[in-house]
Every structure is written in C-alpha cells, then in structure tokens.
Design a protein around this ligand. Sequence first.
Ligand code: GLY
Length: 370
Amino acid sequence: MNLSLNTGAGNLVHIYVGSSVFASLHDFLEPFIHAKEKIFILVDENTSDFCLPVLLSQTGDLRNAEVMRTNAGEKNKSLETAGWIWNSLAERGATRHSLLINLGGGVITDLGGFVASIYKRGIPFVHIPTTLLAMTDASVGGKTGINLGKIKNQLGTFHNPEAIFIHTGFLETLDMETILDGLAEVLKMALVADKDLWDELSLLTFTGLTGIPFRDETWVKLVNRCISLKCGIVEKDFRDTGTREILNFGHTVGHAFESLSMQNGMNSMSHGRAVALGMICESQLSFMKTGLKASERDFIVRMILSVYRHYKLEENDLSFLTECMDQDKKQSVQGTRFPLLESPGKAVAGVICNSSEVLESIDFYRNLQP
Ligand code: GLY
C-alpha cells in the first residue's frame, strides 16, 4: 500500500506500507547506488540486533552501507549523541548527497531526522520505523528533534524524509510494553479524528487486537489508516501552528504523569501508559468544556483502563503535576491550551483550561476505582 504526505511547495513524501516495502526500497536506493553515493544506517543496540539483519538480508543494495550504532532509549536523544553522529558522518566522508537511513523507533527517527536535517544544511534521509509508535506517529509529519537536558524535543526542525518504508513484521521484535506505547497513539488518533476507527478498536478489545499476528494484513491496514489520518492533519498545518495540536490529545497531562513517575523512581511509567491516563483526564476536561457526553467519557475511561493500569496519585503529587503543566510550552496567562474532544472522533484545538479545571480533571481520575 502506498500513501503520500504532501506538505506543499513540491514536498511530497512517499510512504510504503506492507509486503512490498523492500522492493520499493530497492527502487528508491537505485540512483544512490548507481551514483556511488555513500549510504549510512543509524541503528540502536536493539534494532542493530533484531531489525538490521532483516533489512540487510532483504536489501542486497545495502551490503556496503556504513552502520552507526547508538545506545537505545530517550536519554540518548541528546546533543551529545547528535554530535557523535555528525563527527562520525564527517570522519567517514559523508557528502551532501549521502543518504542516511534511520532504522528504529521514535528516538532514532527523531534523532536521525534532526542530524540529517542539519548536517551540511541537510542531506537526504529515509525512515524505516520499527515500533508501532514510530510507524503510526513519530516517523510521519516531518518533526525532528532532540532533548536539551531534561526538556523533551527542545531542539528540532521541520524536515521531511525522502520516503518512509514500513515493514509491520518488525513489530514481532517488540515487547508488550513497547506495543502498548504505540497503541496509546493509535487510540488517540481514533479519538481525535476517526469515530469508525474508535468503534472498531472498542469492539476488538485489547486481547483481540494483540492476539492478531503482526504479519497479518490487519496491522498493515491499521498502520495505514493511522498514517492517512495523520497525513490529513499534518497537510493542513505542517508547522504546528493550529489544528495539528489535536495530535497532542492526552499528552499535556500525560507528560506530567511521566515526569511524576520518573521522580518517584522505581517502576517509572511508560510513555504509552502516561498518555493513555492523560487521555482520561483530558476526556474529563472535554466533558467539562467541549460537550463530550458523560456516557462517551465513561466509555473512553473503561476502554483505557481495560488496557493500561491505573497509577495511584497521592494528595501531595498534585502540586508536582500542576508545576509540570505550568512549565509546559502550551501555557498562557489565562491557563493551559488543550486539544479536547467534542465527541469520539472529533477534536478541537486550543481550549484554554485554568488550573482549577485541570485539578478537577485530575480529581476525577483519582476517584476512579483501579
Ligand atoms: N506527534 C505529534 C505531531 O506529529 O504533531
């Protein structure tokens, strides 16, 4: 299946999903091989072990590609790692026409996209995302970035890859927590943009969905559907100045939950769980502010808690959560901007909520039975 993202001014990104991705990759690589351009593959220690062998065995064209291996994890989405990759590219003779292939999850696609968009003012790059989160969200839409200290995505560019190649078979290499990270973005996409998808996901239930083998056409279709929804949203607002904000549903409270669990140490919360629990609070805000019905909110809560464990909040966690949200970049004098739901499948951007409304939504969450 082929999709495309058109961000204007001739900027068209082809996105290949499904069984023939390696044939499409072969066709894409042909001019680079013919012109004897250098090709680099950025991997982390996981994709180096589990995905690179598949890629190399499927694409003989890459036998001379140079592999750059970083450590896995969010903390490596740093200026230090970016500097190491830039130096490594320079030492190995990368020119403006060399190609960088980013093989990995959201950390690798964000980091590799950033590095490529800056090196020699931009070299061509492609993404081969290997996690559900990167396939359905991070690799699509031209956002690149690294963290600055503890602040996520503080340095970044809007820069599209030349193409994206998605082999859903890579999902087989993941543990369940990593699948759940991606599933939260899939649920979010359905809630903000596609009522039918939300209804279908609700019917399937979690065990029904994850019981389907990752090579099955169901996953190709699901990934494909999320990507077309994302392309539709990004094409209207590539630089994220308005409607694209709906893609952050659940993330404002979610990031605060994530930071809280990190500071509480042991068993810090996964990104997917934090976003999913954030969507519970932001569904309550949607009930209070944008007309989401109580029955719709309750259904969302039930669906989320059937997949993600409730995280118990203590009274003294509330001030930490509000502090995190105050530092959020969506903060203004009147309060924090939230994308909220009018109904499942229909979201609205830029709703200002004041701190007592936000606290009320967190109270709603606290009072739910785990
Ligand atoms: N992941 C949110 C966005 O691409 O805007």
